[in-house]
Design a protein around this ligand. Structure first.
Ligand code: HEC
Length: 251
């Protein structure tokens, strides 16, 4: 999941219970877009670290792998800075964006530190500590900190869903079907929709993510055959829409 969506469009659709209709382009405040982009960039950088460490994590001959929360965070920050040119721990730390990123960085550390026993077990190869599961753990740890202020969710087109916790809701499904799966949708372009799905009015920014060759051992062909994780392969191709990061930020 290394392809970071670099662009977003300042176009919003407001989704009611039954329909999604285009709304004014200028309704998403720039600080909300910037915060959502930063949260997406950070989780993608963290996930890339787990992906790059997969062979080490799956090595049954090594016990302590030295892959602590702080190690993963340091590599994540290096990747984040390389991808964005920004340093989240420098500059004004009183902004909401800085606060959200701080919670997310703490969540990254927590997700790794709380799974040291799994990561460091000797004699077991595949441990199910994979990028998607890690992403979900980080998002859950982030949710405990951010409450109703912000929410980061990993979802996907419904037929691709493996973990029910990732099921898209109605607004996400509509955005996927009408926009991200449309042949005319510019690849990688994010979409802002109304996020009023909880207690606070919010915006949701959706970032499409595409399968790469490295995903095919589990999500590729032959469709229906069982992958190393025990799930049937989806029969996907590199370049297909594989998932969506759905980031909600309160107004
Ligand atoms: C080792 C096998 C494996 C590889 C490689 C893999 N995935 Fe997955 N993927 C899984 C499993 C297992 C889950 C369910 C994780 C969970 O329980 O939350 C999953 C879940 C997901 C989800 C969340 C939606 C859902 O079904 O729960 C997305 C999005 C996703 N994968 C995309 C990708 C992309 C993109 C790549 C490549 C960059 C990739 N995966 C590589 C096994 C894999």
């Amino acid at each position: 999941m290394s392809t970071l969506p670099r662009r977003w469009i300042a176009r919003a659709i407001l989704c009611g219970a039954l329909a999604c209709a285009p709304a004014r382009a200028d309704t998403v405040p720039p600080d909300i877009l910037s915060s959502a982009r930063a949260l997406a960039d950070m989780i993608q950088a963290a996930r890339a670290v787990i992906s790059e460490s997969q062979t080490l994590i799956n090595d049954p001959s090594i016990g302590d792998k030295g892959l602590t929360g702080q190690v993963v965070l340091a590599r994540t920050l290096a990747g984040y800075k390389a991808a964005t040119g920004r340093d989240p721990v420098a500059g004004d730390q009183t902004t909401r964006e800085a606060r959200l990123l701080k919670w997310q960085m703490e969540a990254i550390v927590e997700a790794v530190d709380s799974h040291q026993a799994t990561i460091n077990v000797r004699g077991t190869g595949f441990k199910a500590f994979i990028p998607a599961a890690f992403t979900r753990l980080v998002n859950e740890a982030f949710a405990r900190r951010a409450g109703t202020e912000a929410h980061v969710k990993q979802t996907a087109p419904r037929p691709l869903i493996r973990n029910r916790k990732a099921l898209p809701d109605a607004a996400e499904s509509a955005a996927i079907a009408e926009h991200f799966l449309s042949p005319t949708w510019p690849k990688g372009q994010a979409l802002a929709i109304d996020g009023a799905n909880g207690p606070r009015p919010a915006f949701r920014i959706l970032f499409p993510e595409y399968y790469s060759e490295s995903c095919m051992s589990c999500h590729g062909l032959p469709k229906g055959s069982i992958d190393i994780t025990g799930y049937p392969r989806e029969g996907a191709k590199a370049g297909d829409l594989g998932g969506v990061l759905s980031i909600t930020i309160a107004r």
